[in-house]
Design a binder for this molecule. Structure first.
Ligand SMILES: [Fe+2]
Length: 192
């Protein structure tokens, strides 16, 4: 059954926050759907619908983080938004969508990343496992939630430079995804 993403988001955001989460989610969902159109094997209608819904909801956890630059005044570190989002969507009865939240930080976080970085996260693998999780994680890399930059799609070189700071293994994942999903960057219109 289709998920009413807007109603769910409306329970956690209002005003400018609702606008931010809706605009960002739509941009990520649209790019993810362009990937569906050009990747093989072609996703089923059911997988497409899941990808769109999960993309719209993937950042729901920011409602409880402290990130004043994007208008969020919760108590948790920004890095926790994936785990928080998982908890919210599990409570909403969406366990599969919930995993997308947890597994979309960067190109995914490993237990080693969490240990080595001393990250304030539960000690478990948080890397995308399904193709749907990979597609949404990849699409999200191209969009910022900073005011005034929401609609600007980043150049792949800029995404690469940012990921390089987190090690060659992260770049390797991005480069593999570029081969699989980068077709959409040519097909998708770049917002003005
Ligand atoms: Fe995002």
């Amino acid at each position: 059954m289709p998920v009413d993403c807007s109603s769910i988001l409306g329970r956690y955001f209002d005003g400018a926050g609702f606008n931010l989460i809706t605009v960002h989610g739509r941009l990520v969902a649209d790019l993810a759907l362009h990937i569906c159109d050009c990747t093989t094997p072609v996703p089923s209608a059911e997988e497409r619908r899941f990808i769109e819904e999960a993309a719209l909801l993937h950042d729901i956890g920011i409602c409880r983080v402290n990130a004043p630059d994007i208008g969020m005044h919760g108590e948790h570190p920004y890095l926790m938004h994936g785990v928080i989002g998982r908890g919210i969507l599990e409570e909403e009865g969406l366990p599969k969508h919930a995993l997308v939240c947890e597994r979309h930080i960067g190109v995914g976080l490993t237990v080693t990343d969490i240990d080595m970085g001393g990250l304030p996260l539960p000690r478990r693998d948080m890397t995308p496992q399904s193709r749907a999780e990979e597609i949404i994680c990849f699409a999200d890399l191209f969009y910022s939630k900073s005011p005034g930059k929401l609609e600007l799609r980043k150049h792949p070189d800029k995404v690469r430079r940012k990921l390089a700071a987190f090690g060659p293994d992260k770049l390797q994942i991005f480069d593999i995804w570029m081969k699989q999903f980068g077709c959409a960057l040519l097909a998708a219109p770049v917002p003005e």
